[in-house]
Design a protein around this ligand. Structure first.
Ligand code: AMP
Length: 299
């Protein structure tokens, strides 16, 4: 079934303790779409500037991503910079140039409005809600967010939470949003704010899903050669939502399997800059790691 993503297409400048990349293809919706494309044909809504290379759109299209909702505006593409500490857990945002994304007014093409599965990738919560309201066919909508929006757009984020079925966020964001240090209490408080499910990511310590009587936790896949963690959250979400769209169900067993899919998808993402590793992976690679993860965490 159809899966729609609304979010950023970007050029990222990333520095790690070992290497760096200048203006590599990135963006929350790009990572999500590339990740989801191994299980379905995601529909993408976003905006790029006149500097965005056509070959990047062609590459997404060749992966089965429907880019007819990507608008080209006058000006520069959203650009973001990040620097990682050697332990990978601490990321400093070095710059966020919103550029054409500053005035982004999401327009979901008529042909996308019947999408049952929707992912609102990281963006200002007012933009996320504006996009979501156009998807009349939505059955299961999940949003991502980040510390920036919790800080400067909390009211809009709280409003958005009344309209989505799920929220994906990391440990630091959960603590910031709820004011609670205990992550399970924080997750429960997020559920009180509206969504039926919350997925709380803990970086290299894995993730858990809570809601509707389901509590499911997973470790991260043990990756020994991390190159760049940028996009791990978005590719987790792409693997997770892609598996749900493919199964056309949100039964609890499907949600659990989708958590495994998200986890292994993210593990490929961190093995390269941009989509250099993730973009090479097919269903067979994912399945092999899926089985490995399953054997790691079950008896
Ligand atoms: P992640 O590592 O999963 O948090 O995602 C990193 C991606 O999100 C990068 O490719 C950035 O281009 C993009 N990004 C960073 N900050 C923002 C923001 N404020 N709004 C939307 N996308 C962002």
């Amino acid at each position: 079934m159809s899966l729609l993503v609304i979010g950023t297409l970007a050029y990222d400048t990333v520095e790690t303790a070992h290497a760096s990349r200048d203006r590599a293809l990135g963006g929350s919706a790009v990572y999500f779409a590339v990740a989801a494309a191994t299980s379905c044909q995601p529909r993408l809504v976003g905006v790029v500037g006149d500097d965005f290379q056509q070959e990047h759109l062609d590459d997404l299209t060749s992966r089965g991503v429907d880019c007819s909702g990507v608008e080209r505006a006058e000006g520069k593409t959203f650009a973001w910079g990040g620097r990682y500490e050697p332990d990978w857990n601490t990321r400093h945002t070095t710059f966020t140039d919103l550029n054409v994304f500053e005035h982004f007014d999401p327009k979901v093409p008529e042909s996308f409005t019947d999408s049952p599965f929707v992912f609102l990738a990281n963006a200002h919560p007012a933009i996320q809600l504006k996009g979501l309201k156009q998807v009349t066919g939505k059955r299961f909508a999940v949003a991502d967010t980040m510390n920036l929006w919790i800080d400067i757009a909390r009211d809009e984020l709280v409003e958005l939470l009344g309209h989505v079925d799920g929220l994906i966020l990391n440990d630091e964001e959960a603590r910031m949003l709820t004011g609670l240090d205990n992550l399970h209490l924080a997750a429960e408080k997020v559920l009180e704010m509206g969504p039926r499910y919350v997925i709380l990511k803990k970086g290299e310590h894995g993730a858990f899903l809570l809601g509707e009587g389901l509590h499911f936790a997973l470790p991260a896949f043990p990756v020994t050669e991390v190159v760049d963690p940028t996009g791990a959250g978005d590719s987790f979400a792409g693997g997770f939502m892609g598996a749900i769209a493919q199964a056309d169900s949100i039964d609890h067993d499907v949600l659990k399997r989708a958590m495994l899919h998200g986890t292994v998808t993210a593990s490929f993402c961190v093995q390269g800059f941009s989509i250099e590793d993730l973009g090479q992976r097919g269903a067979d690679d994912l399945q092999a790691r899926y089985e490995q993860l399953r054997s790691i965490c079950t008896v």
